[in-house]
Ligand binder design. Structure first.
Ligand code: WT7
Length: 664
């Protein structure tokens, strides 16, 4: 087999290969790949740049519209933009009915793999059947057009059914990542005025189960607007059902009418809300609508992943509870009628080779994951991927945080056997779909760079005054509206404007990332410029974690910063001052970590806690997080001229250093 020629056999060989590859500045698309690629004409960028609206309109016309649009972009009231405003369509129709009518009902939509190795092949016809029944069931429960439905489910096919059933009847969904604590679910249901919640009896994680319905019940009482809870039976955990409010998913399906025509909805009808962390303790409800979002995810899924719907098997390893899952597990792949893999479990359960086993088993062609996962696999070693035949792979993708060149090269060499282009895709919950990324048959890649804005996308770097920089380091901005952009923050237009458009006016979307641009115009994302921390590609706000810590009865004050972490990219460090007379020790630290885990979710627990008698503050009392970041990363603190009491720094530095020794 030709592929084996490229198989890296030993750690020493790998080191040599990575050393060699490090010298390569640009990786051209492999000739074999380029020859068959969907997008090969370098003219696409120019054509789209000349007429971006025309470009997006053409993408939109690939969808099924019940009433075709006649207007494309309406930018008369910036930053409130609309796309395809007078058209009507239905997302669930586009993801299901359309393919079934084309004779593809028997095509597998998902190869689902459960934690214990269970397999289910779910076809488009299967989804269509269940989605219609659930949509009718939701209607029977009183859910109508515009009513928000919460979804708190693990990685099981029912989560897709739930999302599409909502889309079918025009009920915006609000999916909460399964790793969040029930308290976070409650908060998100409350602020989004959810009428119903679809959840599960229990969830599995690495051989253990969590009684989700019981936990949800504990916090959900008192929400007057939440009228129904639909419970998927998954682990078979015994769970209490409240009369008149709770119903099992399978019972609801069984008693509902089988046919539910998809409702044609205005293009700007809300499709979903997804809460994401911002600079304050209050998560932002990012609102996406119907026509523009679906246009953007379908076009980017097709072109960035060079999709061949007839033969590709696409696997995005994200959780469906994040935007990556919404766009590239659910809506993009289904709109394009392709076959995906959906995996319930963790990459090391039951064994560290389970991902590679899955790729071999289902013949995955396109594998989309996060840099943190690549680094974990790097740490585990080549022995695990080498146990399996990965020759079905033809394209690799990365998302969520900057991928360091070493991880990029490892991914390319070990998993891609130097045959697969690597697409590093930059985007955000707010952008809805990929914005900066290579077109794999066209764009030469540079390890660590997301390369160029996609056709139809206008990105730029600006200095602090908003002057555009052709090269160098600056703030990343998006200078034209794009179809999948957020429309507002749910219920808070003012915060939408002030978060993204205050700085440079209503036509310049401020991303919140710093970036560098090289002489080829390639973008290199550096990271967030606001108080958002990116742990393993998961977005958390320092303010949110701080407010959870200070709610603990022993805590007087806390400041949370990110430190650089080899595996997770960033990790959370909390500087904590306890109430007078209390001393910090490991036990209190464990208590605080646990407390944060319960209030927000395990992913928000600080990796380390540094006890502080006092925090560095300006004379006006503002905590100087910049100095704490230096301390956490072991750097000499920068400019201290505005610091009220410089003596507090020294002790914190010592404690931070001692912690470094203890953990390494
Ligand atoms: C932030 C958005 C996009 C879905 C997952 C995260 C960072 C994302 C990249 C990339 C460098 C990246 C940015 C961005 N980010 N992709 N390819 N290279 N940084 O969505 O939770 O909304 O986070 O993730 O900092 O602003 P999100």
């Amino acid at each position: 087999m030709t592929d084996n020629a490229k198989l890296v056999q030993s750690a020493a060989e790998l080191e040599r290969l990575l050393d060699d590859l490090q010298k390569v500045e640009k990786f051209e698309p492999p000739a074999k790949f380029r020859a068959r690629a969907r997008v090969r004409d370098p003219g696409v960028y120019e054509v789209a740049a000349r007429d971006p609206e025309g470009y997006w309109a053409e993408q939109a016309r690939q969808l099924h519209w019940d009433r075709p649009f006649t207007t494309v972009l309406d930018d008369s009231d910036p930053p409130f933009f609309t796309w395809f405003g007078d058209g009507t369509l239905n997302v669930s129709y586009n993801c299901l009915d359309r393919h079934i009518e084309a004779g593809l009902g028997d095509r597998v939509a998902y190869h689902w793999r459960g934690e214990e190795g269970e397999e289910r092949a779910i076809t488009y016809a299967d989804l269509h059947r269940d989605v219609q029944r659930l949509a009718n069931g939701l209607k029977d429960l009183g859910v109508g057009r515009g009513d928000v439905v919460g979804i708190f489910l693990p990685m099981i096919p029912e989560v897709v059914v739930a999302m599409l059933a909502c889309a079918r009847i025009g009920a915006p969904h609000n999916v909460v990542f399964g790793g969040f604590a029930p308290e976070s679910v409650r908060e998100r249901m409350e602020v989004s005025h959810a009428k119903a919640l679809i959840t599960v009896d229990g969830a599995r994680r690495k051989g253990r189960t969590a009684p989700i319905k019981r936990e949800v019940d504990r916090v959900m009482s008192g929400l007057t607007e939440l009228r129904s809870i639909v419970v998927v039976r998954h682990t078979g955990a015994d769970c209490p059902m409240q009369d008149g409010r709770d119903v099992f998913y399978d019972d609801l399906l069984a008693r509902s009418e089988p046919v539910c025509p998809a409702e044609p909805l205005p293009a700007e009808h809300p499709l979903f809300i997804l809460y994401s962390s911002g600079s304050t303790a209050k998560p932002k409800g990012i609102l996406h609508t119907t026509g523009g979002y679906l246009t953007g995810v379908a076009a980017t899924h097709r072109d960035v992943f060079d999709l061949r719907p007839d033969s590709d098997v696409f696997w995005c390893t994200a959780d469906v509870g994040w935007v990556t899952g919404h766009s590239y597990i659910v809506y993009g792949p289904l709109a394009n009628g392709c076959t995906s893999v959906m995996f319930e479990g963790a990459p090391d359960y039951p064994s560290k080779d389970v991902w590679w086993e899955i790729i071999e088993r289902y013949g995955v062609t396109t594998f989309y994951t996060a840099p943190t996962a690549v680094r974990v696999c790097m740490k585990w070693g080549i022995e695990y991927p080498n146990r399996h035949d990965l020759s079905s792979l033809r394209l690799l993708g990365s998302v969520g945080e900057p991928i360091n060149p070493k991880a990029w090269l490892w991914f390319y060499a070990v998993i891609g056997r130097q045959q697969c282009p690597v697409v590093d895709t930059w985007w955000q919950t707010e952008t809805g779909h990929i914005m900066i990324a290579p077109l794999p048959g066209l764009t030469p890649t540079k390890p660590g760079s997301a390369t160029l804005p996609l056709p139809g996308v206008s990105a730029a770097l600006v200095d602090l005054d908003g002057n555009e920089l052709a090269e160098g380091t600056g703030l990343l901005v998006l200078t034209r509206p794009w179809p999948g952009m957020l429309r507002t923050l749910y219920g808070d237009d003012e915060r939408y404007v002030s978060t993204y458009f205050d700085r440079f006016g209503p036509r310049t979307y401020v991303v919140g990332d710093a970036a560098r641009r090289d002489s080829d115009g390639y973008f290199w994302i550096i990271g967030r410029t606001d108080d958002v921390i990116n742990v393993s590609g998961h977005r958390l706000s320092t303010a949110e974690v701080e407010s959870a810590i200070v709610a603990h009865e022993k805590v007087a004050e806390a400041a949370v910063v990110a430190e650089t972490d080899q595996v997770t990219g960033q990790a959370i460090v909390a500087f904590v001052t306890l109430n007078a007379d209390l001393r910090g020790d490991d036990q209190v630290a464990a208590e605080i970590r646990e407390y944060v885990g319960v209030r927000i979710g395990k992913l928000a627990r600080p990796k380390s806690i540094i006890w502080a008698e006092d925090l560095p503050k300006t004379r006006s009392g503002k905590i100087m997080r910049r100095l704490l970041r230096d301390i956490a990363d072991g750097r000499e603190p920068g400019d201290v001229t505005t610091l009220g009491d410089p003596s507090v720094l020294h002790q914190l530095q010592e404690r931070a250093a001692a912690r470094g020794k203890a953990t390494s």
